[in-house]
Design a protein around this ligand. Structure first.
Ligand code: AMP
Length: 187
């Protein structure tokens, strides 16, 4: 099972990703988590990307796909994985396709979580609390949504043309949405 989870910020990707990975016993590969860890650790990569994350903009395609390529080569990915937060641009999707073609391990499905914009903004604003992210302010949230519509929404179209895209209604309880996703990836 090699799955990509797509959807705007606030769509519930992170929550659903954890449930999918637990159910199928596959690693959860979140580029956002990996980049935030790099920032927290103060590594060279972290220093390079911190201001980009704080602004809600995208890290360069080359840098992100290098991180992803290194991660996918690790042994725990041999039986599948879930990608969360990547590909974020059509260029990243093309690079991923090339990388997977080299190992004859194409994606098995791409799940798009669809949620109306007003619901997204409300959800992002109310995240807060213990898991608060420095990029969850209203201003940066709006920027991340704008980046999503311009740069990431075309990725869904890319996968639709590849015949891999499954659109899921992301409005409902966590359980309702996860059941929809399970049904989609098991098709
Ligand atoms: P996320 O947790 O997926 O919302 O990612 C948080 C931030 O990390 C994004 O706003 C971007 O700055 C950066 N980021 C995560 N994944 C990618 C990616 N695939 N390409 C470029 N930037 C990314």
């Amino acid at each position: 099972m090699r799955v990509v989870l797509l959807g705007p910020p606030g769509a519930g990707k992170g929550t659903q990703a954890v449930l999918i990975c637990k159910k199928y016993g596959i690693p959860h590969i979140s580029t956002g988590d990996m980049l935030r860890e790099a920032v927290a650790s103060g590594s060279e990569l972290g220093k390079t990307v911190k201001s980009v994350l704080d602004a809600g903009e995208l890290v360069t395609d080359k840098l992100v796909m290098q991180v992803v390529g290194d991660r996918l080569r690790r042994e725990d990915c041999a039986r599948g994985y879930l990608l969360d937060g990547v590909p974020r641009t059509v260029v990243q999707a093309e690079i991923l396709r090339e990388m997977l073609a080299e190992t004859s391990s194409a994606l098995t499905s791409v799940v798009q979580l669809s949620v109306p914009e007003q619901v997204l903004l409300d959800r992002i604003r109310h995240r807060g609390g213990a898991g608060a992210r420095t990029d969850d302010t209203a201003e940066v949230a709006a920027k991340r949504l704008q980046v999503y519509w311009t740069q990431t929404a075309p990725v869904a179209e890319f996968y639709r043309q590849e015949g891999l895209l499954v659109e899921i209604d992301g409005v409902g309880s966590v359980e309702e949405v996860s059941e929809r996703i399970f049904a989609a990836v098991e098709r």
